[in-house]
Design a binder for this molecule. Sequence first.
Ligand code: HDE
Length: 712
Amino acid sequence: MAKNKKQTAESDPLKRKRAKYADQVVNIGTGGESHQTRDNKTPGLTTQQGIPVADDQNSLKIGPRGPALLEDFHLREKLFHFDHERIPERVVHARGFGAHGFFENYDSLADITRADLFQRKKEKIPAFVRFSTVAGNKGSADLARDVRGFAVKLYTKEGNWDLVGNNMPVFFIQDAIKFQDIIHAAKEEPDRGFPQAQTAHDNFWDFISLTPESMHMVMWIMSDRAIPRSFRFMEGFGVHTFRLINSEGKSTFVKFHWKPKLGMQSVVWNEAVKINGADPDFHRRDLWQAIQKGDFPEWELGLQLFDDTFADRFAFDVLDATKLIPEEDLPIRRVGRLVLDRCVGNFFAETEQAAFCTQNIVPGIDFSNDPLLQGRNFSYLDTQLKRLGSPNFTHLPINAPKCPFHHFQQDGHMAMMNPNGRANYEPNSWTGHTSGPRESPETGFHSFPAEEQGSKLRMRSESFSDHYSQARQFFVSQTPLEQRHMVNALVFELSKVESSEIRIRMVSHLLNIHKDLAQNVADGLGLREMPEAADAAKPPKTDLKKSPALSILLNSPKSFRGRKLGVLITDQVDHTVFQALQSAVNKERATLEVIAPKIGEVTAANGSLIEVQQTVEGAPSVLYDAVALLPSEDGAKTLANMRSARDFVADAFVHMKFIGYVHAAAPLLDIADINNDRDGGIIALNGRKSALQFLESCRQLRFWDRTESTKG
Ligand code: HDE
């Protein structure tokens, strides 16, 4: 039988083909002498045990068509390792993206804290930051309407300090005992396993409508803060009140803030939905590209510092994580900057294995009694054991301190750093290097000796019972446009709720926040009758002053820096206009991406070649902050017949983007039904001056005046 003819390794056709590429073997070893490939240039492939591999294409068999052999340790090792590649994803904040950088202190803060990182002016310490969404799984899309995690690990000289914050300064609940419930309610409904990464479903709004303390946070997640344009353009908050302790043991309360240097910016909802389809990795790609390009994102660390007197006078409890302290009441002191300047080399090793723990604080920083924070201090350590599988997760390079550390904790799975020597307990009477480390009574961590007393109770403090006043303050502090976005968001979310009872219950809460908000949402939901306002544990205050700092639009950066212009071109593009745009974009320190019907290159009218980065099909205008249309006359006719090109223009218009255009692009504007004469956001381009003017307009980020006509 021909098939059973004796076949040698040399006669194997696959082998002959692969031999051609034998020199391109990639090394996964970690240094030292490695086995060499034939050309002696690239390191040789080995097993995990370091055994050189001769054949990575075929398993070991009896004859070419025979059964596989159990002794094939190479095959078994590959199968075994692959089977165990996954670790449990985070229960919340599963989808995230991290980067390395540093924190630089502006000035010594020795008068308020003895934390080592704040002692010396201009000192830089390494940092790792992971941004995330909360509800979706690891593979969900970046533009979900959601809170964003903003977790910062600072590798100080006195240990790691993890400030595990969010991009919103308040939270849904006041007590850690409700965390599991809010998260269960927000995630997929357990019977059907959907919806993914969305709060627009019955369980979430059922829980919320039965939890008045969530109302302030609901205002935040229904606002544009929940659909940021980029991680780079969002604020971060430590949320809880913490303490700073100086060398005399004096305590100052503190709230931590991260202020983005590039200013805040969000997308509009219709855009978010489309971005999720066009580029589900929009946020991670944005951060990756910015860092790779050398445009390093930066935030300033801000402190709100206060004492007991302020805390006692403040209208709310500073231990209640559903409340914030308006910046206008207590200004923020900017004390340093966080710069992200290096992408991870391996996503799993760094971003996925990063283990943030709220209990990681350093001498000079301490907790407050915020009941949410107290619960978190248990939960994070516990969750790392589940996820990373060993109490030695601190040995992983991303989690290990970068300062010296010595202790008697030993063994366990994957122990990589057991100390040498005899003593593994303390006290011991050994001396010298066998004795092991000793306590530092003066300089070690001391908890702030806060006076505590009281009966053992399960109860919420009366001072936590105002659930609506700051929700109202947030709403009235928004511009009318932002308020409309909030109304639209609530109508969208609640219209996905099947139970009319839940929808009505939500409107009854909104009545306690603001009459117009409730009325507009009720109208949007088609409610025939307005319900009674929900019973409020405490009557809402209606006299809290507006806090302009809470609005994104009132704090617009007036800069296009770090943003992206999408330029749609075709063959015969006017090279002068293109060049003028390119140099105006460079001047603004923004990015220009070229889009054309086909990838590769286009030939400009002057014969030069322009590199194309994206096709019209693959790069809808939702991926850009502003767009410019530079087709030739023939090109515009071709584009006008392409659905994707028409959507490109129409969407840019509806999403209130600035649109630059050359005269030849007129058919494209026509077909998208855009009247450029009546819209100041549509700007003619014909050379250097107009390109500069266009970029100057783009600094407003959006041409919001258009919303009146488009109801965006
Ligand atoms: Fe978290 N949270 N959380 N959380 N949280 C986790 O830890 C938890 C809360 C936040 O990029 C988990 O490693 C409880 C507030 C961020 O790796 C878990 C409570 C804030 C991240 C956990 C809260 C946060 C997490 C899941 C209520 C803003 C991602 C996996 C008491 C200040 C960190 C993990 C990263 C992650 C518990 C509430 C922020 C289960 C019990 C409030 C940014 O431990």
